[in-house]
Design a protein around this ligand. Structure first.
Ligand code: MN
Length: 491
């Protein structure tokens, strides 16, 4: 058992390599399709992915375009000169006998990712070491209970970016926050679908612990496909390594995997060093040379990135947790243009804050639960109408929610939201005269409660307001009802 005192003597050092699948139509060096999600095995394979002798790869221009976007998303610029190398190893699902990757001259060098670590209440900047373009291997499938394995080459040749961070992280919480932020950046930059379930984004975590300023021996746990597992893996590895060291053992540099059933990491193989791969420039592929105009044009098309959205939304006085919800939904429901609509109202801060809250509390939960779609025009129409009604005290927040739920479940919206709300009995009575009459009736029907309020029993007023609401069939404006009760009681 590692006591907190022992744990405190060690510093963990963490670096993350992340493979991101680029959302191109075809593969990195062939015309075969790149969307393997629903495809039958070995149907998205060309002679190039198969590695047939004499097959010549041709670089997919769109993959380069997306890599350049990734550079800007990581707060840097692409390298004007980069080239591909062959990384040799044997896998049954790698028919070429090598992976095409980049070592000496990758397409991105440097960069940063800046993010909050909510668990630690801190802000963190992690440096990016490099980003290389490379092709993926195929997949080995091991049918249960059979004494053979199958090979599916649909994924062979899929374009990847491998994003290598510096070992700048020191806790599982930081690493999880980094992984999540990288995900958001790649999605906002529209580089990848980042579907973790389909393996569009996979994390390899390097962890070491040490009692001194010198790093300890690291292990690499590969192919993690959830943010939560990134966190659990690191937590587990830190504890495991400290335990080994405390018992006088040594850490072996190796590749490990995460066993989700047992909630622990396990040894896969001892780690090779770079020289074992016999890297060599790929003689079939010319270097990538990007001219400045090309780079500038892509820079100009970059969308607003998460940190800029955060800055804008923070200026509205929103909570961090609300902003996170808006940022996730902003990209998950891109067609609804939620952030764009909030932003369009930014010179009317009340309205934009209302819309932001409204999205977080009402619309986004509906999108997530029912998969309703509303569309930009309908959203504008509905949300501004609801805002006007709430502002004019004609709609309580409860009724506003009921109205919204009613309307999004229908196809098409009525021209006048107000008339529709009236017909549904949702518009509240803010006419003093009408409410005063009800208040007077309620006070004479409930003498004891009225006396209690006069004698300073604050709770009783809630009961009286409730009675007014009941008498008005829920239409009275409760704030106004409360004011009128006090006035009638001479308070
Ligand atoms: Mn790689």
């Amino acid at each position: 058992m590692i006591t907190p005192e022992i744990r405190k003597q060690y510093t963990a050092t963490i670096g993350i390599e992340c493979h991101v699948q680029l959302k191109t139509v075809s593969k990195l060096f062939s015309g075969a399709g790149n969307d393997a999600r629903e495809a039958a095995p070995n149907t998205l394979v060309s002679h190039i992915d198969f590695g047939l002798p004499g097959a010549l790869p041709v670089l997919n221009q769109e993959a380069v375009h997306l890599a350049v976007r990734a550079a800007f998303a990581l707060n840097t610029e692409p390298q004007q000169y980069s080239y591909f190398e062959r990384k040799h190893y044997f896998y049954p699902d790698l028919p070429m006998g090598y992976q095409i990757s980049q070592l000496a001259k990758p397409i991105i060098v440097g960069g940063t990712l800046e993010f909050d670590v909510p668990e630690e209440g801190s802000r963190k900047t992690v440096r990016i070491n490099r980003v290389q373009m490379e092709s993926d291997a195929g997949k080995s499938v091991h049918p249960a209970g059979k004494d053979y394995s199958l090979v599916d080459l649909n994924r062979a040749g899929t374009p990847l970016l491998e994003i290598v961070s510096e070992a700048d992280m020191h806790s599982a919480a930081e690493a999880k926050a980094y992984a999540k932020e990288l995900y958001l950046h790649m999605r906002y930059a529209d580089v990848s679908d980042c579907n973790l379930y389909y393996g569009n984004m996979r994390f390899d975590v390097n962890v070491s612990v040490s009692k001194t300023a010198e790093w300890g021996t690291r292990t690499e746990t590969k192919n993690i496909n959830s943010f939560r597992t990134v966190e659990k893996t690191i937590e587990y590895e830190i504890n495991r390594q400290i335990e080994v060291l405390e018992k006088g053992g040594v850490i072996v540099q190796e590749t490990r995997g995460w066993d989700d059933a047992k909630q622990k990491t396990f040894t896969q193989r001892t780690k090779e060093n770079a020289e074992d791969y016999r890297y060599m420039p790929d003689p079939d592929l010319p270097p990538i040379e990007l001219d400045e105009d090309y780079i500038k044009a892509i820079h100009a098309e970059m969308p607003v990135m998460p940190n800029e959205w955060r800055r804008r939304l923070l200026s509205l006085g929103l909570e961090r947790s609300q902003i996170d919800i808006l940022l996730d939904a902003g990209i998950d429901f891109e067609d609804e243009n939620i952030l764009g609509l909030v932003e369009a109202t930014m010179d009317d801060k009340d309205l934009s804050k209302f819309l932001a809250n409204w999205n977080v509390n009402v619309f986004i939960p509906l999108l997530r639960d029912n998969k309703v779609t509303l569309g930009v025009d309908n959203q504008k129409h509905l949300q501004t109408a609801v805002y006007e009604l709430v502002k004019a005290n004609k709609l309580s927040s409860t009724n506003a929610k009921a109205l919204f739920e009613d309307l999004v479940a229908q196809t098409g919206l009525p021209d006048s939201i107000e008339k529709y709300a009236e017909a549904k009995g949702l518009v509240q009575e803010s006419d003093e005269g009408a409410i005063v009459a009800i208040v007077q009736q309620v006070l004479s029907d409930n003498v004891k409660a009225a006396d209690d309020v006069r004698n300073g029993e604050a709770k009783a007023i809630g009961f009286l307001v409730g009675q007014v609401m009941k008498q008005s069939q829920g239409k009275a404006n409760p704030q106004l009802a409360q004011q009128l009760i006090k006035r009638e009681l001479g308070l």
